[in-house]
Design a protein around this ligand. Structure first.
Ligand SMILES: [Zn+2]
Length: 448
């Protein structure tokens, strides 16, 4: 391997800084983290690190048919009948999956603060990894694990600093990731394998293309003829660590996604945060279930867990007590895009699908309906839901449409039966179910 030599020849033109994240809830107010400055290569001018077994998979902008780069060939070649149990399901192609991970951030040229320039990807990932939603991946773990907390983000990050060309290439990203691994995260060697992953974030205005390819992140249409084909990608490659030992590196590359085609504009946190997290979530789920592009994807069209549901937002979704708008992911369990894990034992009264029962209130004078979203004995939020004439009574709180969120069943004094399909405190739809003479009573619910 000549990679370490290549890295050593090109150090000195830029800087790599490392610092530790504090508790995400207080990161914005914390003192500036201690920064250790380390020389790093100048991207775009460096001899590319010698990588092998490079695989990638891109997330196209909304409405764009992607031009897939060579490293994404497995999926574009997919044709023919689907071998899965349902026509739309993902098939297991037997390659590695991520059953646990230590995740790390690498930021390129944070304009103001790595904590906030991309929104809050650290806070989001911490919430996602602690959520019920991440357990949607349990069904793809081949029975190995369903453990809470098996995915962790480290609380440490690297910032690569130094002038970059307008268009970076994936080989530059490999260089910068290997520099961060070899000089910051694993100066004594190591850093690869299926229990570690790296997210590489590029700043606003920084374009990115695949080497020898027209497939680019290029919202400004200024990529030397390259086309705007992706919002982000995930992939893997082999390169050598600090001890010249070959390691397998799992990563995502994420440009600035608050741009047309990649953005989410109607979420609860503003376009920057919601756009970043939506794409980030897609890449994390796909990395877990298909890190080398040879595990979970469907043969009919090559799509992975996130692709099938691209930009199909769950808005809002509550993760670890915080609200987001992020896309659904494909679940073989329910044969559709879902915003949570299938529950084998259905928990009643869980309106926000966090694994905890919540409390529904009714004012029998006014007819007003309200909700407490709970965490143990703490009221996370108190929500007004609606107002219904008191001739209607709540007779059941269950998940009737199998989306993970408890719904509300109604009965009126004339025998009418109706249903509210809920998403937390929001009535997604109100449906008439039927009318049954009132000498018939609904059983087994007792209004609960
Ligand atoms: Zn994808």
């Amino acid at each position: 391997m000549q990679s370490e030599g290549a890295i050593n020849r090109i150090v000195g033109a830029a800087f790599l800084a490392v610092a530790a994240f504090q508790d995400p809830g207080i990161a914005a107010q914390a003192d500036p983290p201690t920064v250790i400055t380390i020389p790093a290569p100048t991207s775009g001018q460096a001899a590319p690190v010698n990588v092998m077994n490079f695989r990638c998979h891109i997330l196209p902008p909304q409405g764009v048919v992607p031009v897939r780069p060579d490293c994404d060939d497995l999926h574009t070649q997919a044709t023919g009948p689907n071998a899965g149990p349902a026509a739309t399901d993902l098939s297991d192609h037997g390659g590695p999956i991520i059953t646990s991970t230590q995740h790390r951030f690498i930021f390129l040229n944070c304009p103001a603060s790595c904590f906030s320039d991309w929104g809050n990807p650290f806070g989001f990932l911490t919430d996602l990894f602690a959520s019920n939603y991440i357990h949607l991946t349990d069904q793809y773990m081949r029975g190995l694990t369903k453990a809470n907390g098996r995915y962790q983000t480290s609380g440490s990050f690297a910032q690569v600093m130094g002038a970059q060309p307008h268009v970076l290439h994936d080989s530059d990203v490999h260089n910068l990731i290997m520099t961060a691994i070899n000089q910051v995260f694993n100066p004594n060697g190591g850093g690869g394998g299926y229990n570690q992953m790296y997210s590489f974030f590029l700043p606003q205005g920084q374009d990115l293309c695949f080497d020898n390819s027209a497939s680019c992140y290029c919202p400004d249409n200024n990529c030397n003829g390259g086309t705007f084909a992706f919002c982000a990608y995930h992939g893997s490659f082999d390169a050598v660590d600090k001890n010249n030992v070959t390691i397998h590196v799992i990563y995502q590359a994420q440009p600035y996604d608050n741009v047309n085609g990649c953005n989410v504009t109607n979420g609860p946190n503003g376009a920057l945060i919601d756009s970043t997290n939506n794409v980030f979530s897609h890449e994390i789920f796909e990395t877990i279930t298909d890190p080398d592009l040879n595990a979970w994807w469907r043969p009919s069209d090559g799509q992975e867990i996130g692709d099938i549901c691209n930009f199909l937002e769950q808005n809002p979704i509550t993760l670890n007590g915080d609200r987001y708008s992020i896309q659904k992911e494909y679940s073989n369990d329910v044969h559709t895009c879902a915003a949570g894990a299938l529950r084998l034992v259905n928990l009643s009264h869980d309106f926000n699908f966090e694994g905890v029962s919540d409390v529904l209130w009714r004012d029998n004078n006014s007819g007003f309906v309200a909700m407490w979203l709970m965490s143990d004995s703490t009221v996370l939020s108190s929500l007004g839901v609606g107002n219904v004439p008191t001739s209607w009574q709540i007779v059941g709180q269950r998940d009737f449409n199998h989306d993970g969120f408890a719904d509300i069943l109604w009965r009126d004094t004339g025998g009418g039966v109706a249903m509210w399909l809920m998403n937390s405190g929001t009535v997604q739809s109100s449906l008439g179910v039927g009318n049954v003479p009132t000498d018939w009573q609904i059983q087994g619910m007792n209004a609960d």
